[in-house]
Write a protein that binds this ligand. Sequence first.
Ligand code: PLP
Length: 384
Amino acid sequence: MKVIYLDNNATTKVADEAVEAMLPYHGSLYGNPSSMHTFGGQVHAKIEHAREAVAKLINADPSEMIFTSCGTESDNTAIMSALQSDPEKKHVITTRVEHPAVLNFCKTLARRGYDVTFLPVDKSGRLDLDELSSAITDNTAVVSIMYANNETGVIFPVKEIAEIVKSRGILLHTDAVQAVSKIPLDVKKLPVDMISVSGHKIHAAKGVGALYVRKGTRFSPYLIGGHQEKSRRAGTENVASIAGFGKACELAEQYLREEHAKTRLLRDRLEQGLLQSCPDARINGDRENRLPNTTNISFEYVEGEAILLRLNEDNICASSGSACTSGSLEPSHVLRAMGVPFTAIHGSIRFSLSRYNTDEDIDIVLDRVPKIIKELRELSPYGR
Ligand code: PLP
């Protein structure tokens, strides 16, 4: 039975072209890219080729890209680097709706004695930029604010944020794991110092990420060891995944415009259809400034997990809250921060699309979901 995959903010299908690009590095081209011999040298050349492709996607210089093992490592590295580069400063500003890769890291920093400000959001998931401005002090080392939210797709105004933060001379990191390849991002127009990217969110394999570090930014490595990545990230590179990551970035660049128009149309049709056919359904998050592939819908008076289980019987993959927390029944910290009512949080489902989704996928979901919601509500203890 065909899988209808609408969980692309959790992870994406690896593009066939990316698989092909990886295969030689899982087979005959096994040399160490740091070796002096030609056999290793050709592997090194592939890494540099991929670096160019990743850099191009955000209009960076290849020398500004550091390969990491994942978005989480990029996030942790960026924040830690800022703190280590200016050890006198002990204050970090972030938001309440970050991915755990930033949020939990910052909570750990707070337990270690750092002063962390977690900025609130309004009911649409938007930040108050005046609050950001007043949170900055002489002790602030870094501001880390995500580009787009993984649960709701809400896009933060990173350009305006950058203007505020940079005018105070403070380092700015943005977790763009969900934004890169879904919306255009150009570091020449965006004065951000560090940007996190993850391969598996953009049709590359798992286990590879990148951190953009603007030229001239003071940088302190997180992983210490060998001289890989110009001594900015030790550890022998995940060559195969890096090769696939490079290919995925080339494809993303190629498809960006047409793909997003198509994905947005599918997402909007899904959303409109569900709102029309399911009573007591609501969209969570700012509908204006949102990723084109994401919709987070609350079906009140039903449990999101029950909806997911029923969808799973039909091979439809979606998510309730972020994939990284969906193993627990903890209500989403993002929706809680937005003040979404309890009954709506528990009935929230995130559908996230990709270029591989079709009209037929949406037709099937539009047929199944209203029936599932109706059946579950008839069984619901809330009596709807
Ligand atoms: N940041 C955001 C916004 C994410 O959505 C994710 C993954 O869901 C991460 C960071 C972590 O990325 P990775 O899974 O590559 O560690």
